[in-house]
Design a protein around this ligand. Structure first.
Ligand code: UT7
Length: 345
């Protein structure tokens, strides 16, 4: 990035007394399962068409984990790829945060399983749950530990096996989601701005719009809960869509405002990959150029907490993001939850 552009944004962290300490994404990695489920495959499962799915969502295919492949397996593979790229050894990791709505099991945390699988035995480990917004929430939590000098190296992962909570007879939802994982390694890196800001939001009054009612303390698993389909993901698609557009637009504006930059200074926008029409509507309101926006939902569908993490890794691999670029992540999910982050790469 040229020095003239560098002077045109500020690090909002500085005013909170974090001078001299920055939190950078040192490396990213991702993993998607080998098995691809195309729209044509879905035509054989439910009353749908490739044309409907493509025109209403932009999705052409999604990846489905093997029966014996769990969220922690995908998370560990994404983490190991990030660690190789960043030259980070397992023993250097201080903390593992996994964002997921499809943990291996209610407890222990998926992060503890990941710790075991990657051999990061010195690390503390816990999960967070903010649905599709989880990766940005986890980044923000991780960076707080870096800025406060509590930890130096943090592994943040978004990972999902959504195929395990999908009703494969419900055409309203089964065409939308896929499995996968993305990981980022956070580190203090002198002379870099790193994660400039992250805003997060939630509105629990709309918790019913997108949920999985069964399996928790409110509705433990029973024969009835299973036969009534309460252990499947449910969504009011239309209302979720409207809320997604408004919340993602507002979160992105807030993140830009905090850094005193405008949208044209962002080299790459990585939105939550739920629906092409949502991405286009948010982009239109923000006034972005199509080439600024990274989209890979045609290949993977909506992978919830893994969505922006996988997209970020692919954008870096494809050199859509280069050192010094400003990157905007913007997410939305069940809760309702939303968020946006600005990163100087
Ligand atoms: O990651 C969390 C955030 N998630 C989201 O943001 C998802 C937000 N919602 C959406 O992306 C969209 O609302 C959907 C893609 C889920 C649905 O698109 P829509 O344009 O809102 O369609 P709709 O739900 O209004 O359904 C229109 C019609 C209905 O038929 P009738 O009632 O008009 O006869 C549906 O039954 O399309 C029908 N339909 C389908 N038809 C063929 C719904 N799903 C399908 C399908 N194939 N898979």
């Amino acid at each position: 990035m040229s020095p003239s552009i560098q002077k045109k944004f500020k690090n909002p962290r500085a005013k909170h007394g974090f001078q001299g300490r920055t939190c950078s994404i040192a490396a990213v990695g991702s993993y998607v399962p080998a098995k691809e489920l195309t729209n044509q495959d879905l035509e054989k499962l439910v009353d749908t068409t490739d044309d409907w799915i493509t025109s209403r969502t932009g999705i052409k295919a999604r990846r489905i984990a093997a029966e014996d492949e769990f969220t922690s397996d995908m998370a560990a593979k994404a983490a190991l790829r990030a660690m190789v790229k960043g030259g980070v050894k397992p023993e250097e990791i201080d903390l593992i945060i996994v964002a997921t709505i499809t943990p291996d099991m209610p407890f222990p945390s998926t992060a503890c399983w990941v710790q075991q699988k990657i051999g990061a035995h010195r690390a503390a480990a816990f999960d967070i749950e903010a649905a599709c917004s989880g990766f940005i929430f986890a980044l923000e939590i991780g960076q707080q530990f870096i800025m406060s000098r509590t930890y130096d190296t943090i592994l943040v992962i978004g990972a999902e096996k959504l195929s395990s909570i999908i009703n494969w007879k419900d055409r309203n939802t089964c065409v939308l989601f896929g499995d996968g994982a993305g990981a980022a390694i956070l580190r203090h890196r002198p002379a870099a701005h790193g994660l400039l800001t992250a805003c997060m939001g939630a509105d629990g009054r709309k918790a019913d719009l997108l949920s999985m009612p069964g399996g928790g303390s409110r509705c433990p698993a029973t024969i009835d809960s299973v036969s009534n389909g309460l252990h499947f993901l449910r969504m009011d698609g239309k209302e979720t869509f409207k809320n997604a557009v408004n919340a993602m637009y507002t979160a992105a504006q807030e993140a830009l405002r905090r850094c005193e930059i405008n949208i044209s200074q962002i080299a790459c926008i990585i939105p939550h990959q739920a629906n092409r029409r949502i991405i286009d509507a948010v982009g239109e309101r923000l006034g972005v150029q199509p080439e600024q926006v990274f989209v890979n939902l045609d290949k993977y569908g909506n992978t919830s907490a893994a969505s922006v993490a996988i997209a970020l890794d692919e954008a870096v691999e494809q050199e859509r993001i280069k050192q010094g670029d400003l990157v905007l992540l913007v997410v939305f999910g069940a809760g309702l939850t939303w968020g946006a982050a600005v990163i100087e790469w």
